[in-house]
Ligand binder design. Structure first.
Ligand code: SAM
Length: 224
């Protein structure tokens, strides 16, 4: 349960320097970069760690609801930062414990993110549990708010029914448009999310299928 989780009142209340101390300018008291990439329900952090080196100029954030899993990822990042001290790597990734289904706009400014990943989200198979899924029409409007125009939502799952659900809700949303299979083939993040998450590797070992759907955040119409 998340009833004891704290949420920032608004994005400006976030103390990002605690997560990314390297990017904090002591003299101005401000961050030199903002988080741009979010891995929602990051689990054990396989993708997040890959994002650190794939996008060395960008800050990536994992959001995870389970306490112990978040702690595991945090320890993993601390160790990687220590091992790569000289190259100053992994300073650009961090993990935050939180319920991504609540108050996303409290964490991020409008249009702050360029990529959001939803990798192997919990399927919530039963019909009456579908409302607990991390992609719903209401939540998509929140994700659209924090994503910039041209930003991408990446989804991947081994559950065909969930894949269809996510693609349907994204397709029906006026602010998202599906990317082509050709685009997916040429996008380096699709390759990363296919192979680097712990859940994805488990599916690979079990020779399961992986269903991908990627959507671009469209410009908000003038009269909105
Ligand atoms: N993305 C990872 C991967 O591919 O290996 C983990 C997949 S795992 C099946 C789903 C993860 O989402 C779990 O670690 C779970 O704790 C997390 N999760 C579920 N609901 C969440 C929520 N509302 N906010 C943040 N994380 C959530």
């Amino acid at each position: 349960s998340d009833h004891r989780l704290d949420y920032p009142q608004e994005p400006s209340c976030m103390e990002w320097q605690k997560l990314y101390p390297h990017y904090f300018d002591e003299t101005t008291g401000t961050m030199s970069k903002n988080v741009e990439i979010a891995d929602i329900g990051c689990g054990y952090g396989g993708l997040l760690i890959q994002l650190a080196t794939a996008f060395p100029e960008k800050l990536s954030l994992g959001m995870e609801i389970r306490v112990q899993v978040t702690q595991y990822v945090e320890d993993r990042i601390i160790a990687l930062r220590e091992q790569n001290k000289d190259a100053e790597q992994y300073q650009n990734v961090a993990v935050l414990r939180g319920n991504a289904m609540k108050f996303t706009p409290n964490f991020f400014f409008k249009g702050q993110l360029s990529k959001m990943f939803f990798c192997f989200p919990d399927p919530h198979f039963k019909q009456r549990k579908h409302k607990a899924r991390i992609i719903t029409s209401t939540l998509l409007s929140e994700y659209a708010y924090v994503l910039r125009e041209g930003g991408i939502i990446y989804t991947i799952t081994d559950v065909e029914d969930l894949h269809k659900w996510m693609a349907k809700h994204l397709e029906e949303h006026p602010l998202f448009e599906r990317k082509s299979v050709e685009w997916e083939k040429n996008d380096k993040c699709v390759q990363l999310m296919m192979n680097s998450t712990e859940e994805g590797q488990k599916v690979e070992r079990n020779k399961g299928s992986k269903y991908v759907a990627c959507f671009e955040r469209l410009p908000t119409p003038e009269d909105c």
